[in-house]
Design a protein around this ligand. Structure first.
Ligand SMILES: Nc1ncnc2c1ncn2[C@@H]1O[C@H](COP(=O)(O)OP(=O)(O)OP(=O)(O)O)[C@@H](O)[C@H]1O
Ligand SMILES: [Mg+2]
Length: 456
């Protein structure tokens, strides 16, 4: 029998167009090196984006808009995603495409409003009395069903919790046993139980068990410090949209905790303007009291020229409300018609909205920059480029067609080279792959040359 090694516990990630983008790649003083965070070139645009990130972090940017313009494939979407990476996971980032507003069921402005509220976070801090520790014992005690029959019911649960300080045995109500089962708590897990509500939260598995399996999807946490019974600060990050959805069918009271408790219960009711106003009022109240903190996030609208005049009018107003996120637009259009009108405007955006935007441009790349981007992409896609000639061949293709086309050729070309039994890509393979596919310009030229062959 052959015994095989478990190769790796790292998850294989799907490779997407922007998986190499890890951030803006700025130094501590905010200057951009030629290459950093997976981005190449565009130093000025990256530095400007860095300033925006700073403004967002110190909350001075709310209600403003940023517009990223530039040609096709010049890295606008990549730059916006880099901003998202820089902001981290605690700041909400809600991406959408202009065309998403068109639906036969929901109003355009309703879609925009929903995305606006998805981009505004709320951090709620609470001091809770909890029992926290590693589970060392979990025994449900059964009794005869008092209603007769053969079934047994759980009368109480005995649970032992251990921390660095010591251990404690608790006798719990049977309803808490249900929550324990729901969270799939077993011996060796670190959990906390809220003292007043009995809610159970599984934090992770105690790291004593970290070498239990070779391959798993567990989060290991250290043994909690302090006593088992203590006060603990619990931080929850939610967005206004989460609260809207959770309270679309009001059931509980109108305090922040019952609003939070509505979350996770599926309801499908329309979110009305009135409900939103009510939630805004409660949220503002809690912000004033210092219970909650507002975290304005980012709404990223790609291909913004697809929005129409009604959406733009709405955006003008929404940007000025006091609960507004930072809005980032991106477009590759030049002078064009504003959708829904016959008015021409730069980037297809009405001038009054344009006036509220700070604009960042992403220009074309130099040959050297193209070569570096191709090398980065090759590494991400696992394609081996051994010598310089193949990089030059790809860069030539990119200069003749587009950067995107050249990077998209990488994998087909590596399949061709694999068929030939090579372990790395050569300029020959690039040429062969290039001859198999048409880039946008070549395809358009072909159409122009033989229009009679196509229906038009
Ligand atoms: N400066 C850069 N550094 C590294 N990779 C880049 C850079 N700019 C663009 N790319 C990569 O090139 C590809 C095309 O860029 P991107 O999709 O951002 O273009 P875009 O400006 O959004 O184009 P479009 O207008 O067509 O939407 C992506 O895979 C992107 O990650
Ligand atoms: Mg794009």
């Amino acid at each position: 029998m052959k015994i095989e090694d478990v190769r790796s516990t790292a998850k294989a990630q799907r490779i997407a167009a922007h998986s190499h983008v890890k951030g803006l790649g700025l130094s501590a003083n905010g200057t951009a090196a030629q290459m950093g965070g997976g981005l190449v070139g565009h130093e000025q645009a990256r530095e400007a984006a860095g300033v925006v990130v700073e403004l967002i972090k110190c909350k001075k940017m709310a209600g403003r808009a940023l517009l990223i313009t530039g040609g096709m494939g010049s890295g606008k979407t990549a730059l916006a995603l880099a901003i998202a990476q820089e902001l981290g996971t605690k700041v909400p980032f809600c991406p959408m495409v202009g065309s998403e507003v068109y639906s036969s069921e929901v109003k355009k402005t309703e879609v925009l409003m929903e995305h606006f509220r998805r981009a505004i976070g709320l951090r709620i801090k609470e001091n809770k009395e909890v029992f926290e520790g590693e589970v060392i014992e979990l025994t449900p005690e059964e009794t005869e069903n008092p209603l007769g029959g053969y079934g047994k019911t759980i009368s109480k649960v005995v649970i032992g919790l251990k921390t660095v300080r010591g251990t404690k045995q608790l006798k719990l109500d049977p309803t808490i046993y249900e929550s324990l089962q729901k969270e799939r708590v077993s011996v060796g897990d670190v959990i906390y139980i809220e003292a007043n509500s009995g809610a159970v939260k599984r934090v992770g598995r105690s790291d004593v068990y970290a070498t239990e399996f070779d391959l798993e999807a567990e989060e290991y946490v250290p043994l909690p410090k302090g006593d088992v019974h203590k006060k603990k600060e619990v931080v929850q990050d939610v967005t206004l949209h989460d609260l809207d959805v959770a309270n679309a069918r009001p059931q509980g009271g109108r305090d922040i905790m019952s609003m939070l408790n509505q979350m996770g219960k599926p309801t499908k009711t329309e979110i009305t303007e009135k409900l939103r106003a009510e939630i805004n009022k409660i949220v503002s109240g809690y912000i004033d009291q210092g219970v909650a903190e507002l975290v304005p996030g980012v709404l990223f609208i790609d291909e913004v020229h697809l929005l129409d005049i009604e959406c733009f009018a709405y955006l003008n107003r929404a940007l000025e409300s006091n609960l507004a996120p930072i809005v980032i637009f991106a477009t590759n259009r030049g002078m064009t018609e504003v959708r829904g009108t016959d008015m021409r405007a730069p980037h297809g955006i009405p001038v009054d909205l344009l006036d509220r935007c700070m604009v960042i441009r992403t220009g074309p790349y130099t040959m050297e920059e193209i070569a570096v981007i191709i090398q980065i992409r090759a590494k991400v896609e696992g394609v081996v480029l051994k010598d310089n000639s193949v990089v030059t061949a790809l860069a030539d293709v990119a200069a003749r067609t587009s950067l995107r086309y050249a990077t998209q050729l990488l994998t087909p070309a590596s399949i061709l080279s694999g068929v030939k039994g090579q372990d790395h890509l050569t300029a020959e393979d690039v040429k062969e792959a290039d001859s198999l596919f048409y880039d946008a310009k070549a395809s358009a030229r072909l159409l122009m040359e033989s229009p009679s062959k196509y229906i038009s």
